[in-house]
Design a protein around this ligand. Structure first.
Ligand code: PMP
Length: 353
């Protein structure tokens, strides 16, 4: 029992992030980071002057970074909101658009932070069961009075919804916000960002943590119509107008100026994903058709927890979600081809042993 924590948080269960172990060097395939470093231009930009400017607060409007993002997304600067990681954008969305009577709805198997935000802010929520094969039944989201939150592609399944379905859900919910979390969209998905020009209830959320190799810098963003962004800016200016530090903002700008470097990395990661999926299928694994930078797989001969532990004992770290529908499965981040070869060798050893 805490002596000081407010009663309203007594039963709050905080989000549990994937391990960042310090005890030894693992082949780290557990938190969907990029296996490739940021573009060399990011390093140059940080060294060339940004460090000297650290005594000054950043420009809370982040004009240049937002303009570059707007150009990349084909929208205006007024349509972009920055977050300290996309988690912060999601957090601001739950805070701004939900309350004790306006709840949220999302799939039962999805990003584990959504229910945490809902509980943190005292928001009623419904976890809508995915179909048996982990696909979304669009009908589940057609009639409700809650904010809809869909990761597309979904995590940890990697499965994506076609844009026509996203659009149908937007049309069916004109009076509620629909959040489309596109953390993994750059690995083969199609962004709904252009639909923000047509639907004032759409908030698209993206991140620099995966495809842009900047998980450690913490940078995410939202794309939406001007009115939604103004609502979210009200939250941002009420929490921390300087939510993006100078180094991260500069790194983000440099990354956006070297788009070709990141597109190349994404192509490589998608190729490695397909090669690894094929090799794992040949070993007897069942896999979803992931469109993220991770695979979601299970083996008929071993439970998820057992396989997770056996891999960990041999220096390979993956993610296991010990919940009813996912306990047989592992989520494995796509690393370099060399890392995936090591994973496959280790899996072979375990399964043959
Ligand atoms: N959305 C999804 C679906 C994710 O898997 C993650 C990564 N854990 C995030 C959002 C948050 O990423 P970040 O805060 O690093 O941008």
């Amino acid at each position: 029992m805490s002596r000081f924590l407010s009663d309203r948080f007594a039963s709050l269960e905080a989000y549990v992030p994937g391990e960042q172990p310090q005890d030894m060097q693992y082949i780290k395939l557990n938190t969907n980071e990029s296996p490739y470093p940021p573009s060399p231009s990011v390093r140059r930009r940080l060294m060339d002057g940004e460090i000297e400017a650290l005594q000054l607060y950043p420009n809370p409007d982040y004009t240049r970074l937002r303009q570059l993002l707007a150009d990349a997304c084909g929208v205006g600067r007024e349509n972009i909101l920055l977050g300290n990681g996309s988690d912060e954008v999601l957090s601001m969305a739950f805070l701004a658009f939900c309350d004790g009577t306006h709840g949220a709805v999302f799939p039962d198997v999805t990003y584990g932070f959504y229910p945490v935000f809902a509980r943190l802010y005292g928001i009623p929520f419904r976890e809508q069961p995915l179909r048996e094969d982990f696909t979304v039944d669009p009908a589940d989201y057609m009639k409700n009075d809650a904010m809809v939150v869909l990761a597309n592609p979904n995590a940890p399944t990697g499965l994506s919804l076609p844009l026509e379905t996203v659009e149908a859900i937007l049309r069916a919910n004109p009076d509620r916000v629909v959040v489309v979390d596109e953390a993994y969209v750059d690995f083969g998905g199609v962004s709904a960002a252009p639909l923000t020009a047509k639907y004032d209830n759409l908030l698209v959320v993206q991140t620099f943590s995966k495809s842009r190799s900047m998980a450690g810098a913490r940078l995410g963003f939202g794309v939406a119509c001007r009115c939604l962004i103004e609502d979210l800016e009200k939250m941002r200016y009420s929490i921390n107008p300087y939510n993006i530090n100078r180094l991260t903002a500069a790194a983000g700008e440099a990354a956006l100026e070297d788009a070709a470097y990141y597109q190349d990395n994404c192509r490589r990661i998608m190729q490695t994903r397909e090669d690894t999926a094929r090799a794992m299928a040949a070993m007897g694994f069942t896999l979803t058709r992931s469109q993220g930078n991770f695979l979601f797989a299970r083996h008929p001969k071993t439970g998820g927890g057992e396989l997770y532990q056996a891999l960990r004992d041999r220096g390979v770290l993956v993610r296991w979600f010990n919940r009813p529908r996912t306990a047989d499965w592992l989520r494995i981040t796509v690393g370099t081809p060399e890392q995936m070869d090591a994973l496959l060798q280790t899996l072979k050893q375990i399964l043959e042993g």
